[in-house]
Design a protein around this ligand. Structure first.
Ligand code: AMP
Ligand code: MG
Length: 269
């Protein structure tokens, strides 16, 4: 079984995150030559990015969700190197602004969906409206309860309109989060990253895990599947995400458009 099938949440499966080992490295015995594999995977990804740009009829949307320190930024940095930056848009979703709160919660999301021909990466996403919102009671329960269905319908709408959606949950353990936070405290160059929230949110670890389990269970669809990426080991996380993105791109069966003119008949004097 390949990685994509192993890590995908099959629609209809009830997710219990305790069944997923965040230290796992399926497919690898020990640490391989990660740089060499990533280089190869990412250069093929860049070829397919070029093809998608040329075709200009579909887009790729990558959604990254994780607990704090889960590695969303690191994944973007490692997996997207080698791509043409002109065709990649990274969008980070923070707590909604006043203007955003003046609209439905999908308004800011829909605006950030990548153009045809391009890749888009969401660092956090509409899933925050089911996760942080639920953990902190930011909207009443009956309101967020409806959002699983709303999000499935929204994502179906996108996929039917040629947006390929890949969703990744970077799965780390609470102990690994502690290690990473301690690392930040020890390294002066990482102090800028520290926020009160990283430490206070840790108290809600199990509420977050439960909220994620429901989102992963109810919103992994055939059209827009979730993948649970064991992410304690950063090298595995990077390889797994890169591999799944590449495999998905390969499966799209993209073709260069027919040339507008016959280049073999051109004579330059
Ligand atoms: P950072 O990880 O530093 O980018 O923090 C972004 C913050 O924005 C996190 O604390 C998120 O929980 C918060 N956030 C993102 N989307 C939402 C949302 N829809 N509602 C409330 N908070 C959000
Ligand atoms: Mg961040």
């Amino acid at each position: 079984m390949n990685l994509i099938e192993k890590l995908r949440v099959n629609p209809g499966t009830k997710v219990d995150l305790r069944d997923h080992d965040p230290d796992a490295t399926p497919g690898f015995k020990g640490k391989p030559d990660v740089d060499a594999i990533l280089l190869k995977t990412c250069s093929r990804m860049a070829e397919l990015q070029y093809l998608m740009y040329a075709e200009n009829k579909r887009a790729l949307l990558i959604v990254l969700q994780a607990p704090d320190t889960g590695g969303k930024d690191g994944t973007i940095r490692h997996v997207m190197t080698g791509l043409n930056p002109a065709g990649v848009q990274v969008k980070s979703f923070k707590a909604p602004t006043e203007d955003e709160l003046d609209h439905d919660y999908l308004w800011r999301i829909h605006k950030a969906v990548p153009n045809y021909g391009e890749f888009g990466i969401f660092n956090r996403s509409h899933y925050e409206d089911l996760i942080v919102v639920r953990v902190h009671d930011l909207v009443p329960r009956p309101v967020w309860k409806n959002r699983y269905e709303e999000i499935n319908a929204f994502e179906r709408h996108l996929t039917e309109n040629n947006v390929t959606i890949l969703k990744f949950y970077l799965h780390i353990s609470k102990a690994e989060q502690k290690r990473r936070l301690l690392e930040r405290i020890e390294d002066k160059r990482k102090w800028w990253k520290l926020s009160e929230a990283d430490f206070s949110e840790r108290k809600y670890w199990s509420a977050y895990q439960a909220a994620y389990e429901d989102a992963l269970t109810r919103c992994s669809t055939k059209e827009a599947p979730w993948h649970i990426i064991p992410a304690n080991k950063k090298w595995f996380r990077n390889l797994a995400v890169a591999e799944i993105v590449l495999e998905t791109l390969e499966s799209l069966d993209m073709k260069f458009p027919k040339p507008k003119i016959d280049p073999t008949r051109i004579q330059l004097r």
